[in-house]
Design a protein around this ligand. Structure first.
Ligand code: NAP
Length: 337
């Protein structure tokens, strides 16, 4: 399947275009010469993006899709585009949500947009934003995660007892089942569709915000640094992280690299403890950043991102650069208020 290059004047549809990650994707696509159509839930959100990227003029347009789960919701938006990036999905604070607010739109939107793409004569590649939470399992600490891991535990739990599961499970199951739905659809229809599928699984996304208000994960570093003190588990493995600029670059590369077609790609800058983040933030010389060191000897899990690195040729910024740029961007927004 041919990859989608900007030199051919390609147009890319980005769903949830006003989101933290999507704004970086839209910006990088426009900077590289692509035209972009973003879907948003309201005209005001679309106009806000158009204003943000006004230097690119008519290269950015938007389409209002109020209910991403509705059958045919994306029929109009997919018309005439060369590639699609489906990033829209609820990311609730603390990943705490309900079946209706989180699971249903995540999975339902995949069904809706893939059905709209079934007979597209123009789309060559579809890139779906999954998550590391679709890979998480119950393993001993020190486990190496790769594309072969699936969070089927969360998925089964929600299927078996949708009204009796811990609320974080809905987000975990939502991302797992949304990605399964995407792959199942593709496997079922790949002989008839003109596009191929790439899924990208990033972990915690940090980094500078382009939107006015920080989203949940960009805000986590800020709240950890400024509102929580070294307390519980600061010295323990906290998870994996990726900078939003690298995550967006991976999405753009997923259109451009022919070898990405048909692949699930795990992307991550590394593993971290909150203590690592505090260490990196010391150079900002801010009294609010805790200086006490807590090291509990906990080993970290390991992200095996070699497949994505090989296929996409991706390089990652350091945790320090990512953490400092996150804080700086959030403080800049706060000072503008
Ligand atoms: P975000 O800033 O909250 O953006 C989410 C986007 O999805 C927004 O455009 C939002 O629109 C849209 N959306 C949410 N619920 C919707 C619904 N029910 N109907 C229609 N649109 C809806 O989140 P993000 O961090 O950029 O996340 C983008 C993607 O990356 C998601 O698929 C997420 O699962 C994935 N991801 C994120 C992280 C992370 O750490 N942030 C990690 C791994 C994967 P509104 O503004 O109108 O709500």
């Amino acid at each position: 399947m041919p990859a989608v290059q900007h030199s051919a004047g390609a147009k890319v549809l980005v769903t949830g275009a006003n989101g933290f990650l999507a704004l970086h994707i839209v910006q990088q696509l426009l900077q590289q010469g692509y035209s972009v159509r973003g879907t948003v839930r309201s005209k005001a959100k679309g106009e806000w993006i158009r204003n943000k990227f006004s230097e690119f003029g008519q290269k950015f347009e938007f389409s209002v899709v109020e209910d991403i789960t509705k059958e045919g919701a994306f029929d109009h938006a997919v018309q005439g585009v060369d590639a699609v990036m489906h990033t829209a999905s609820p990311v609730p604070d603390g990943f705490v949500g309900t079946y209706d607010a989180v699971y249903a739109p995540a999975v339902g939107s995949v069904k809706s947009i893939f059905n709209s793409l079934k007979s597209s004569p123009t789309v060559k590649r579809v890139s779906f934003t999954s998550s590391y939470v679709a890979m998480v399992g119950e393993h001993e600490r020190g486990y190496t995660y790769s594309e072969s891991d699936w969070n089927n535990g969360a998925s089964n739990w929600v299927k078996e007892a949708p009204h009796d599961v811990p609320s974080r499970m809905f987000y975990f199951a939502a991302k797992t089942d949304a990605e399964h739905t995407a792959w199942n659809f593709y496997e079922q229809h790949k002989a008839e569709v003109k596009w191929d599928l790439v899924t990208l699984a990033p972990p915690y996304i940090f980094g500078p915000i382009l939107q006015d208000e920080p989203n949940y994960t960009a805000n986590v570093i800020y709240t950890k640094a400024f509102e929580q003190k070294p307390a519980d588990q600061v010295g323990s493995h906290a998870g994996f992280w990726i900078d939003v600029r690298d995550c967006a670059r991976a999405h753009v590369l997923s259109l451009q690299k022919e070898a990405a077609g048909g692949e699930r790609l795990f992307i991550a800058g590394g593993a971290f403890k909150w203590q690592d983040v505090y260490d990196e933030l010391q150079s900002l010389n801010m009294a609010e950043i805790p200086t006490d060191r807590v090291e509990d000897g906990d080993v970290k899990d390991v992200p095996d991102t070699s497949k994505a690195t090989k296929i996409l040729g991706l390089h990652y910024v350091s945790l320090g650069e990512c953490a400092r740029d996150t804080i700086t961007a959030i403080l800049a927004r706060k000072s503008q208020k």
